[in-house]
Each structure stands twice: as C-alpha cells, then as structure tokens.
Ligand binder design. Structure first.
Ligand code: PLP
Length: 405
C-alpha cells in the first residue's frame, strides 16, 4: 500500500482545514481510527444494541457475542487464553486493578516494589500509593548516561525483598526499551511478580505473552486504532485466580447472600457492572485491521519513518533531540527547539497543521532525571510517512523566526 492509500483509510487524516491536511504526529497519545472501526461502533448501536451477558433475546445474545468475540480476538492477538484477558477502560485502570488486588494482598511493610524511572504516571502512581499505604518501598531502576538500565542496577535493586517489578515495554517519551529479558529473569530468580506496561508496544509490534514471559501485561485500545474506553489486562491464570475482585457490582458474582458473596469465574470476576460492548466491537475491528495490514508491515513502515525523522531532525541545528542516537527506538522522539518553550513550538507547528505534543508526557520523574521540565514529542503510527516528517521539519525551521529569535 502507498502512503496515500493508507492515509485514506483514516477519515480524520483526510479532513482539510484551510486547504491543508493534518500532519498527525501524536499517536503515542491516541491513534487515529480507520473507517472500519468507526463503522463497527455505529453498526453495534444500529444493529446489536443491548446489555451483554444479561438478556436472552436476539439482540442481547448478539451483544454478548460481539463482546466475547472481541475478547477472543484480543487474546489470540497476544497469544493468550480468552479467560485470562480482562477488559478494562485503559492501561491506567489495569494498573490500578493490579495495585489494589494483587498488590494489596501481597505487598507489606518493608517489601519493595521496583519500577523504572521511565514509567508513565499510570505505571507509577498506583505503585506509589500502594507503597505509601503499606509502608513498602518504591525503588527505581535508573538510566545511565546512555539511557540504559545496567545489569548491576537490575541485580542490586531487584532483591529478595522485591514483591513486584512493574516496567514499560517501550518508553512513551524516549522510545527506548528496557532490557526486558534481564529484568524478568532477575525477578523470577528473586520470586517477584512482573507487570509490563505494553501501552506503547502492542500498537506497534507483535507482542506475545508467552515470548515475553511477564506475569501481567496491560494496554489501551485507543492507542491501537480502537475506540476510547476499552483496554486490556492479561495475567497468568493462577495469579488472576488467586486475586480478589477489584470493583464489585453486577455481573461479577456467582451468588450473593445478605452478608457475603462468591465470585464469577475469570474473566467476569474482574468486570463489574455494564461493560462497553460498542467499544469492544471497535476493538475487534481494530485488531482485524491490524492483522489485515500485518504487524510486520506496521512495524516496518514505522521503523522507516522513525529513522528518517531522527536523521532529518539531526540536520536542524536549532533542534535538540533527546535520547540515545545509537540504539533501536520505537514510536516516540522527544526534542526541543533551542531557547523556545515547547508549548510555543507546538503552537507554531499547529498553525501549519502539524500536531505534536508538548509537556511532561505524564513522565515527570523521567523528565526531571533528564534535567527537563517539558519537551516536545513526535510519535508515529502506520499512517505516517516521510512526507509528514518533511512537513514537520519545514515548520520547525520557522519556529524561532516566528518568535523573533
Ligand atoms: N503507559 C504508557 C507507556 C503510556 O504511554 C500511556 C499513555 O500515554 C499510558 C500508560 C496510559 O494509558 P491510558 O491513558 O490509556 O490509561
């Protein structure tokens, strides 16, 4: 498929305003949606609308079917069993679920929870709050000057007191991967449970839970072409079985008596209340879309644009790019225009319809460790092209002049 053909699948990218198309470079925040996802959501409400898991009439059964088919496809997409895939609203909710169930039951005073300094606040704050509640210690794996987590950092910090290690698969700011295999094997040696934040990997590369070897992974549908409001937590069956419910209410019970209750089997135990089958229909369509395009094609297109962007940005001497120059990176590139506040840069770019994110990217401890308060970030998806990068660079060249520098 050509760049133009792929772009044409995404209605928002075809909208012209003031005669100009949008150059969308903020897919790490949320992706654009292809027509088939938007249509799948509309079709659910037009044809199958009912509350899943409740009624016995045709529409209710169809709603249940769509919802469970979305779960089956999500499971097979990541090499998992359906009963071990729990739908959540997003990655943040998945991490909170883990902190307040597995964490609350298994982390105590004097224990350690280890995370990396690269974490998005979603994979930091639930653990920070848990540790404060329990009198446990939140310990960070730091990056060295080459943006790497060294072996000694892993061996020293993940010790016998460590109950849980939670870490991102791909940093939403730097685009780097931590040494996943080393962290997981060290955690296994010390008996700690591992949680991976796959919000920035599942949309961009083939992720198989069996190959990864972590105990839990979480990701958000809205970053992988699906609607807002649906994400997934996968966990090892025996761990999910051992955990208490997170939220309670309708649909997650086996039997309720006046003073106590028993829980539904997996995955319903963790899905209290009416779920979002419309979003599930969209997630199902999004996964079908990704499988049809092919994860290898998605990864290869993004690799090309990423490497092209790094090299074009390095030609602009007023632009400072952060992160390692010599390692494979994915998805996101952080930068600043010298002497310009990132919000000003983003505002000038937006006048040219170039959409980038500016701020702390929900990773304040990481930015602080880099000596920054904020920066700009570009991030990619399958619909981006070298032409997008050229338009970004043309616009970046104007930033300082527009601000009178
Ligand atoms: N983790 C990472 C690495 C992210 O990039 C994000 C969102 O940007 C999240 C977690 C949180 O995702 P959500 O807001 O969908 O919960």
């Amino acid at each position: 498929m050509t760049d133009a053909e792929i772009r044409s699948l995404f209605p928002e990218l075809m909208n012209e305003r003031d005669g100009r198309r949008m150059v969308y470079l903020d897919s790490a925040a949320t992706s654009q949606r292809p027509s088939e996802v938007i249509e799948a959501v509309g079709s659910f409400y037009a044809n199958d609308n009912a509350n899943p898991h409740r009624g016995t009439y045709l529409e209710a059964e169809k709603a249940t079917e769509v919802y469970e088919e979305a779960r089956n496809r999500t499971a097979s997409f990541i090499g998992a069993e359906s009963r071990d895939v729990i739908f959540t609203r997003n990655t943040s909710e998945a991490m909170n679920l883990l902190a307040y169930t597995w964490g609350a039951e298994n982390v105590g005073a004097g224990d350690r929870v280890v995370i990396t300094i690269m974490e998005h606040h979603s994979n930091l704050l639930p653990w920070q709050r848990l540790c404060r509640m329990k009198g446990a210690e939140l310990v960070y794996l730091y990056l060295n000057d080459s943006f790497e987590i060294t072996d000694s950092e892993i061996e020293e910090k993940i010790n016998a007191d460590t109950k849980l290690v939670a870490f991102t698969h791909v940093s939403n700011v730097l685009g780097v991967m931590p040494p996943v295999g080393k962290i997981i094997s060290r955690a296994k040696e010390t008996g700690a449970v591992t949680v991976m934040d796959c919000a920035q990997s599942v949309p961009h590369m083939k992720v198989d839970v069996n190959e990864l070897g972590a105990d839990f992974i979480a990701f958000s549908g809205h970053k992988m072409f699906a609607p807002f409001g649906i994400g997934a937590l996968w966990g090892r069956d025996e761990l999910l079985e051992s955990m208490p419910p997170f939220l309670s209410g309708g649909d997650m019970i086996e039997y309720v008596r006046e003073q106590d209750a028993t829980w539904a089997p997996l995955p319903q135990k963790f899905e209290a209340g009416t779920q979002d089958p419309g979003a599930a229909a969209g997630l199902l369509a999004a996964i079908s879309f990704m499988e049809r395009i092919g994860m290898d094609v998605i990864a290869q297109r993004e690799r090309d644009v990423y490497d092209y962007a790094l090299s074009r940005l390095s030609e602009l001497d007023h632009v400072e790019v952060y992160g390692p120059a010599d390692r494979e990176r994915f998805g996101a590139i952080p930068f600043n225009v010298k002497d310009v506040h990132p919000h000003d840069t983003a505002t000038v770019l937006s006048a040219d319809r170039v959409c980038v994110r500016a701020g702390h990217h929900c990773a304040q401890p990481l930015l602080k460790s880099m000596g920054l308060n904020s920066c700009c970030r570009i991030s990619f998806s399958v619909y981006n092209s070298r032409e997008d990068v050229d338009l970004l660079c043309d616009s970046l060249k104007k930033v300082r002049g527009r601000l009178g520098l």
